[in-house]
Each structure stands twice: as structure tokens, then as C-alpha cells.
Design a protein around this ligand. Sequence first.
Ligand code: FAD
Length: 228
Amino acid sequence: MRFDVAVVGGGPCGAIAGRYAAASGARTVIIEEHPAIGEPVQCAGIISGRAAYACEVGRGDFLIRTVQGAYINSPGHRLRIDGHEEKAWIIDRRIFDRELISRALDAGCELLLRSRVLGGRCNRLDVRIDGEREVIEAGIIIAAEGVQRRITRMYLGDLSLPRIIPGIQAEVRCDIEDPGFVEIFLGEKIAPGFFAWLIPVEDGFARAGLCVARSGIKEPPLSYLERF
Ligand SMILES: Cc1cc2nc3c(=O)[nH]c(=O)nc-3n(C[C@H](O)[C@H](O)[C@H](O)COP(=O)(O)OP(=O)(O)OC[C@H]3O[C@@H](n4cnc5c(N)ncnc54)[C@H](O)[C@@H]3O)c2cc1C
């Protein structure tokens, strides 16, 4: 297979890069390893309105609600930070990512799902598509593969990676006292070295998550989330 532009990764960056390349007339393909765009969700789903407009999507079906501030909870203290106006959007990342991809497809971009880029050299990508090995040739390769950056490192060498902090999130039944606000929880017992969050989504539900950043901690984030 031969393309002008091959984009590795069907997340927001890949979708936008693919859309612009295709719209400029380049034969473009986005290569995504998962069977569906937007899954699995690895995001708390809070963005600023500016971020959505920068992605050129405006308000769409992905917008669940808006928030105007946050409560910061630490042992014995509760601080309300009120922006008095819409400050952030709570979004459904599945729908958001699919919206961006559908715009890329509308611009003429092609999409390969279940297709993992295994490696690359010069203008040739080694790809496993539905279990079969294929070579994709492209004049330009865009690595939009997210935080892992395996392919980026193959081309650009061993870039020093920032520290990766383990975290976990689940959508849970939960009545948030004030759904116009996000809840942040600090404390070594809750999320050592980082913080936990409760993000209001549909009525009666919230995203509960946390990261653990303190070195030397033996317990996995799941144990902290279960206690939280
Ligand atoms: C726990 C967590 C919470 C977050 N919360 C927020 C938040 O609230 N607000 C916010 O703005 N950001 C948040 N982020 C960050 C946000 O998710 C990322 O910045 C954003 O997804 C980056 O987009 P991307 O397109 O660069 O990469 P990604 O969205 O990671 O997309 C990369 C895609 O490339 C695919 N891929 C990777 N390697 C290959 C390969 N070799 N072959 C084929 N496909 C490949 C992956 O499957 C993936 O679909 C959060 C991140 C995490 C981990």
C-alpha cells in the first residue's frame, strides 16, 4: 500500500493531522491499532472550551456538561474555587474522538483499524493489519501515537521520556453535592504524591479517579481507588 501521508494513531492529534493532510489533497491514511476509535478511553475528559474550538469541533454531542470551578479537599479542609462562569467542559472522549475522525474521513482520509504499526524505516512502515503483516509506504509519516511514542523513538532515537505516573479511573454511581464543580482530593492516604478526582457526568454518576506518584509505593492505584 502506498500513500502520500501515513498517520500512526487515530487519537485527536492523528485525526486532525489526517484531516488537514487529506484536505490539502494528499492521499492519507490513519493507522489505528484498536478495533474502534475512542476506545479504550484513557482520559478524565475535562477540556477547556478553547481546546474544543482549537480542534474545530465547537459544542457537539460529546459535551456532557460544563463546570465553573472546583472544590479542593484536603484532610480537614475544603476550599471552593468558583470561576462564576463556564470554565471547563466535561466530554465523552469516545464521541469526541469519533467526531474528529469522521471529519478526517469526510476530508477524504482513509482509516485502517485493528492495524498496529510494528516498526518503521525511512518511508516504510511495517504494519500488522488484522493479523497479517503488510508494508505501508508513505512520503510523510506522522507519529501521533500518544504517550508511548514507540514509533517516534524508532525514528528520532531514545528521546528522554517524562516520568509516567500510574493512574486509574472508573465511572461510578455518585451524587455529587454540586454538579457544577469538580471535586479534587489531596492527601497521602488518598493518592500519594498526586490527587484524586470526582468529575460529575450524567446526573447521579461521576468519574472517580486518581494517580499515585510517590516513589516506593507498593500498592497498585486500584487499591487506592477501591478505598476512595
Ligand atoms: C488518565 C488520563 C487522564 C487524562 N485526562 C485528561 C483530561 O481530563 N483532559 C485532557 O485534555 N487530557 C487528558 N489526558 C490527556 C489526553 O488523553 C491526551 O493528551 C490525548 O489523548 C492525546 O491525544 P493524542 O492523539 O496525542 O494521543 P492518544 O489519544 O493517546 O491517541 C494515540 C492513538 O494512537 C494509537 N497507537 C499508538 N501506538 C500505535 C501503533 N504502534 N500502531 C497503531 N496505533 C497506535 C493508540 O491506540 C491511540 O488510539 C489524560 C490522559 C490520561 C492518561
